[in-house]
Design a protein around this ligand. Structure first.
Ligand SMILES: [Zn+2]
Length: 339
């Protein structure tokens, strides 16, 4: 029997070369709830906010009449104990390494939460699982985890005044890009009076992608799904020129940098950066000094009006009359990105 299996394995290697015959998809659901993939399954997958429809549990400008961002998915629980408390295992969405654990629920509106770092196609992407009842006791920062491995039990911890009721029990699930490893120092300098209990793992240093779109794209494209292409395919909200040639995002997300022969020849004096509505820098083009007009640190080059009408809630740009400018939140994002 073992010999037969070996022979079969050899046949696979022969038939498919060194490529894996069954290419695993990078991301999977963080709980057993897969209703997102069923027709009309959204009601069973998402939990809305109190008195609102399931859409308010999705990613985007879905809160406060479109003016408040929800940076993850609120995924409904499937199983409960006799007291009605959620008991769903929470699973790592992909292979990775535990990056951060918060076991002090009173310090965050996320309650108990775990962040896992994944390296996929050269991209550092961070999954986050929040409102957990219990985090697996042996789990520590730096520990490797496998896709589908149980890391916690779903709960409803949060430090918010209103809390999370039993019927709204869910895991809040995010997929983020990491802005700057010097965040803690930037934050101290920029907000000297504010507390930062989570170091680099402050929500401001993590920029979410829409996990629903990502999971659906993966399902539709199968083996052809490509994370870099998914990120490059974001809808542009605005484009800025920054007079800085070196900042952490360029190294961490080098796959998003486009070639420019002129900058290569003359030297790079700055970057033209395209952002989506949530502030994800998804395309960066080096620019030579001879291509840069004006002297300002940040130059707003363009704004996509239609996208701003659709997704204005991060307030990164604003319009006065017919004139667009970077709003204070936009300037803050650029300061952190280039710090
Ligand atoms: Zn949430």
């Amino acid at each position: 029997m073992a010999g037969q299996i070996l022979a079969l394995a050899a046949l696979f290697v022969f038939a498919f070369g060194t490529q894996s015959p069954c290419h695993a998809q990078p991301f999977s659901f963080p709980t057993a709830n897969h209703a997102l993939f069923e027709k009309g399954g959204e009601e069973r997958f998402f939990v809305g906010t109190v008195g609102k429809s399931w859409e308010s549990g999705t990613f985007g400008c879905v809160r406060s009449d479109g003016w408040q961002m929800h940076e993850g998915l609120d995924i409904r629980c499937l199983q409960r104990d006799k007291h009605g408390e959620p008991t769903d295992p929470v699973l790592a969405t992909a292979d990775g390494v535990v990056a951060y654990i918060n076991k002090r629920p009173s310090l965050s509106n996320y309650g108990n939460y775990v962040v896992v770092r994944h390296r996929i196609e050269g991209i550092d992407i961070y999954s986050l699982y929040a409102h957990l009842h219990e985090i697996r006791p042996d789990l520590k920062a730096g520990q490797p985890v496998k896709a589908g491995e149980t890391i916690a039990v779903m709960g409803r911890t949060a430090n918010t005044h209103e809390g999370i009721s039993k019927d709204r029990a869910h895991v809040h699930f995010e997929l983020n890009l990491f802005v700057n490893e010097r965040f803690a120092s930037w934050y101290r300098k920029s907000f000297p009076d504010q507390r930062n209990d989570h170091g680099d793992w402050n929500g401001q240093n993590l920029l979410g992608l829409d996990p629903r779109l990502l999971l659906l794209a993966e399902r539709a494209q199968g083996d052809k799904f490509n994370l870099v292409n998914f990120i490059r395919g974001q809808t542009e909200l605005f484009r800025v020129l920054v007079r800085k040639a070196d900042f952490p995002w360029l190294k961490r997300y080098g796959a998003l940098v486009r070639a420019n022969p002129r900058a290569e020849k003359e030297g790079t004096a700055g970057y033209e950066i395209a952002f989506n509505f949530n502030g994800v820098a998804f395309e960066l083009v080096p620019r030579a000094a001879s291509e840069i007009k004006g002297k300002s640190k940040y130059q707003l080059l363009s704004v996509n009006d239609a996208e701003h009408q659709k997704n204005p809630c991060r307030r990164l740009v604003s319009k006065t009359g017919s004139h667009w400018e970077l709003a204070s939140h936009g300037v803050e994002l650029l300061d952190l990105l280039t710090y």
